[in-house]
Design a binder for this molecule. Structure first.
Ligand SMILES: Cc1ncc(COP(=O)(O)O)c(C=O)c1O
Length: 452
């Protein structure tokens, strides 16, 4: 007698399933991502190479191929951080997670910690240190300005045993680049280790972890590195690891405890030990974004950020926008400008998004409504984006009755590019032209590794 095998599906699926599924499809249609031009405080656009790699099939964290990829991510991060630190990798979290990992490993309950607060993200470091039970001393400065070494010295003099100094290298909320070298030397002379937030600086401007003797430095993937948000590049010096190994109490966070993570990131001889399931596809993306940074060359990449910031600033100057950050300390990758009185800033941003697909950022905290923050980061740092934004701003601002000379802003930016191109041409000797040509920063930003 033949037997009919009924599948579980047949048994369990109610008659009315089809219409219900149809209804669900209507409620939750497939996502369609608009082609945004990301020129805000981050994320910036991801490199196509990174996105393509992320679409590959997932690998297990013990797969030898994956182990090799992860090793290379560490090796490339060492080059980008410019360090030989063995413990260099990416925590499976955004920049805030990397911040938490940095501070929680170095701080023990009751430790004296100095935090330099002149913006939104340095204030976040203060809050974390306080939650970790540290005796936090804060020196505050007006947003948009930098700390002097004397101010830090005076603060350290008031502390009996400073263990950690925490600061932000590139403050995204204000567009300020804080000089940190002398502060690091000073902190070390008092026995404190230094944690620097390089979420916005890594890959966008000079940052020398070893030369500056930085103890812990962390970043995010979504700014000048150019892969999607989700990972937190981080590096720990030997002094930092020694401090961690000598802790009296375990790191409060199991997940971020570097004494556990180190056997996972670096093969210490006994083989890699499982710690957590690696976010493999996110790491594929970071791998490719880092490769693009190295193909371009770090110095070329810094120069590209500088160039586009100059072009943007030239354009904004034609519209009489004043920079927010202290002169001499302005970031290339995050340009904060004051919003002239009478402009409906939220409407400008929403029109930029609606009519031009461009995202820029408004102000945070006490400067909400007072500034725009325009990102020139990673793959977003391209001339077409700069010119498009300037043209769009001219149109929207003149619609609001703000006096602009239409066409002047993109033209001013173009002058900067023309001067740059001319200087480049003059630097290329006929012997070097053609064969052996360097890969232009623009090519890399466009995803072209080599001219055909
Ligand atoms: C300087 C700085 N630090 C920390 C963070 C936090 O990073 P995330 O938003 O990736 O958690 C940001 C994010 O914009 C930042 O700009």
């Amino acid at each position: 007698m033949s037997q009919t095998i009924s599948t579980t599906e047949n048994k369990t699926r109610p008659q009315s399933a089809a219409p219900k599924q149809k209804a669900e499809l209507e409620v939750f249609p497939e996502i369609k991502i608009p082609p945004r031009v990301l020129m805000g405080a981050g994320p910036s656009a991801s490199y196509p190479e990174a996105l393509r790699a992320m679409g590959a099939n997932t690998l297990g964290h013990l797969d030898p191929q994956f182990v090799e990829i992860m090793g290379n991510v560490g090796a490339m991060l060492r080059r980008v951080f410019i360090t030989k630190n063995a413990i260099t990798g990416a925590v499976p979290a955004t920049g805030t997670g990397a911040m938490e990992a940095s501070l929680s490993n170095l701080i023990e309950h009751g430790d004296e910690v100095l935090v330099l607060v002149a913006g939104y993200f340095s204030n976040r470091m203060r809050q974390m240190a306080e939650r970790m039970g540290a005796k936090v001393k804060v020196i505050e400065r007006q947003w948009g300005t930098v700390f002097t070494t004397d101010e830090v010295r005076a603060a350290l003099d008031e502390m009996s045993n400073p263990r950690v100094v925490a600061l932000v290298h590139a403050e995204t909320s204000t567009g300020v680049l804080q000089p940190i070298q002398e502060i690091i030397e000073l902190a070390h002379s008092r026995g404190a280790l230094v944690v620097a937030d390089a979420v916005t600086s890594l890959g966008g401007c000079p940052l020398y972890v070893d030369d500056w003797n930085l103890d812990v430095c962390f970043s995010g993937t979504q700014k000048c590195i150019g892969s999607p948000p989700g990972l937190g590049p981080i590096t720990f010096s030997q002094s930092a690891m020694d401090r961690i190994h000598a802790r009296k109490t375990p790191v409060q966070s199991w997940y971020f405890d570097m004494s556990l993570v180190e056997t996972y990131w670096s093969d210490t001889g006994a083989g890699r030990a499982y710690h957590h399931t690696a976010p493999s596809n996110a790491l594929f993306g970071l791998h490719e974004a880092l490769r693009m940074a190295l193909v371009e060359g770090l110095e070329n990449r810094w120069a590209r950020h500088e160039l586009h910031s100059k072009a943007l600033t030239a354009g904004l100057n034609t519209m009489k926008f004043e920079p927010f950050a202290q002169e001499g300390h302005r970031l290339w990758q995050l340009n904060a400008v004051k919003i002239p009185v009478g402009i409906d800033e939220a409407q400008v941003r929403s029109r930029l998004l609606r009519d031009f697909n461009i995202e820029i950022s408004g102000g945070l905290g006490p400067i909400k409504g007072q500034v725009w923050r325009i990102g020139v980061m990673g793959y977003s740092a391209q001339r077409n984006n700069i010119r498009l934004l300037l043209t769009a701003l001219e149109e929207i601002l003149s619609d609001q009755g703000y006096p602009v000379e239409r066409g002047a802003a993109p033209e001013a930016a173009q002058h900067i590019y023309d001067a740059h191109d001319k200087a480049q041409e003059q630097n290329i000797s006929p012997d070097n032209a053609g064969l052996g040509e360097t890969i232009g920063a623009e090519d890399v930003a466009q995803g072209i590794a080599r001219k055909g």
